[in-house]
Design a protein. Structure first.
Length: 161
């Protein structure tokens, strides 16, 4: 009987370790990102499922996805995605609105206050980071920013397809 219990515990332990090591196996765990990058994503508090919180980091030549999916996070655990996903999002850096860098406010509208979700953007260049939380539906959000957030939403959809 003791041998049976030991075998069951051993099998359960190996199963748990095997399961946890296979999650997100398409990516490669990476150290904290260095260099220039654009972090972008959306979050929906009143939502169920894997796509409620999606955060990505775009560098000059790679795209990463956050594996933690924590609501309103500012720290992330990124894994590298394939080049096919990078190709879908790489133009976001080119269409990033430079006027956002001179904005004094860091929150536009009331992101996710009315269950419409929120968007997170962090731009890092030469070691200097700035970040914003955005409600794309708010009349307080400038049109140029609504257009950029729509581009982010479109890229997230493409990446997840």
């Amino acid at each position: 009987m003791k041998l049976l219990k030991l075998c069951i515990c051993l099998i359960l332990g190996i199963s748990i370790i095997s399961y946890s090591s296979c999650c997100k196996d398409a990516g490669i765990l990476v150290a904290p990102l260095e260099g220039n990058r654009l972090i972008f994503g959306h979050y929906f508090g009143e939502c169920l499922g894997e796509t409620c919180i999606e955060t990505f980091a775009l560098t000059d030549d790679k795209l990463y996805e956050d594996t933690d999916d924590i609501y309103n996070a500012t720290d992330f655990n990124f894994i590298e995605l394939g080049n096919d996903k990078f190709e879908l999002a790489k133009d976001l850096v080119d269409i990033f609105p430079s006027q956002l860098l001179s904005e004094t406010q860091t929150t536009f509208g009331c992101p996710d206050c009315d269950d419409g979700g929120g968007y997170y953007v962090r731009f890092t260049k030469n070691g200097v980071s700035q970040s914003w939380r955005i409600n794309k539906y708010s009349p307080e959000t400038p049109q140029y920013l609504r257009d950029f957030v729509q581009a982010i939403a479109d890229r997230i959809t493409l990446i997840n397809d």
